[in-house]
Design a protein around this ligand. Structure first.
Ligand SMILES: C[S@@+](CC[C@H](N)C(=O)[O-])C[C@H]1O[C@@H](n2cnc3c(N)ncnc32)[C@H](O)[C@@H]1O
Length: 290
């Protein structure tokens, strides 16, 4: 549920990419480890939507700890190959540990830029060499998502598919929570996309895909419900995700006040047992390379 401010047109995005790598390096130790299954569920849904099947070669752009990569590796099976790329070495280390734990010899994770997909250690990136490119909750972090999708079109064989998951509307009940914290941080709201973002609407993303040479883009929208035992649990989860970026920007001297303001709003959302739930919309877009 996060986006970041993008640089100007001439910006190659190197600075932003370094910032994002650092952000996810700091999230990596706890990402998807605080007792909330969030990304793993979305990853399985993206792989199912992508139609990935046995024997295929798949690229997972922004693989993180493996939420998409692992189900993709299971779908392609021992005869296929699933390659994950992530800019955060910390996230890649987690993905590798999971691949090893599960004995998925058909999977690998490498540290690199999934926007350009160049210079990846030991990975062939010949044009037309992938059956599918997947991007789970990652593409909107890239400074130039348009360039990324053009690159994916090049990497896909004719008939190959690009499948991406991204956020639809936030849970309106949570707006007061984010509004309560907003005045305290200097980082942009984690819920606002730049005006020219291809992720501002389904039509905008479809247009970008068409311009990059994809055909038949289709988007389905589903619920993504996340449950927390109590407010503390929600806070631990926020710090395990990119949502920490906003909270890192709150000066230490104001953090207590900011947290109290947010906690007041959380109280209003809590069920009688203290639990919290959030229901946002997640979009799955799939397009074909003619
Ligand atoms: C919210 S996480 C999603 C990770 C994973 N796909 C999942 O579903 O859990 C976003 C990931 O995108 C990665 N990322 C952001 N920009 C990237 C880039 N330019 N190249 C590769 N990975 C990038 C981050 O490091 C992070 O691991």
């Amino acid at each position: 549920m996060s986006s970041v401010a993008h640089g100007g047109a001439a910006d190659t995005g190197a600075e932003l990419k370094a910032e994002i790598a650092g952000l996810f390096d700091r999230s990596a130790p706890t990402y998807e480890r605080v007792g909330v299954e969030h990304f793993a569920d979305l990853g399985r849904r993206l792989v199912a939507r992508s139609g990935t099947s046995a024997g295929q070669r798949v690229l997972d752009a922004g693989c993180g700890t493996g939420a998409v990569l692992v189900p993709a590796a299971l779908a392609v099976g021992a005869e296929g190959e699933a390659v994950g790329v992530d800019i955060s070495a910390g996230m890649v280390a987690r993905a590798r540990a999971e691949i090893d734990r599960l004995g998925l010899t058909q999977a690998r994770a490498v540290t690199g830029d999934a926007e350009t997909v160049t210079g990846l250690d030991g990975v062939s990136t010949a044009p037309g060499s992938f059956d599918a490119v997947l991007a789970g909750i990652s593409l909107f972090f890239f400074p130039r998502p348009q360039a990324a999708v053009s690159r994916y079109r090049e990497l896909l064989r004719p008939g190959g598919r690009f499948a991406v998951s991204w956020w639809g509307r936030q849970d309106p009940r949570w707006e007061p929570v984010f509004a309560a914290g907003a005045p305290y941080g200097t980082a942009g709201s984690s819920h606002r996309l730049p005006e020219d973002s291809p992720f501002r609407s389904v039509d905008a993303l479809h247009a970008v895909l068409t311009e990059a040479g994809f055909a038949g883009a289709e988007t389905v929208e589903e619920d993504c419900v996340t449950r927390f035992e109590d407010a503390d649990h929600w806070w631990r989860w926020v710090w395990s995700t990119a949502g920490r970026r906003f909270w890192e920007s709150v000066p230490a001297s104001r953090r207590q006040e900011a947290e109290a303001a947010v906690n007041r709003e959380l109280t209003r959302l809590q069920a009688p047992d203290g639990s919290l739930s959030s229901s946002v919309r997640v979009r799955f877009t799939v397009a074909g390379r003619p």
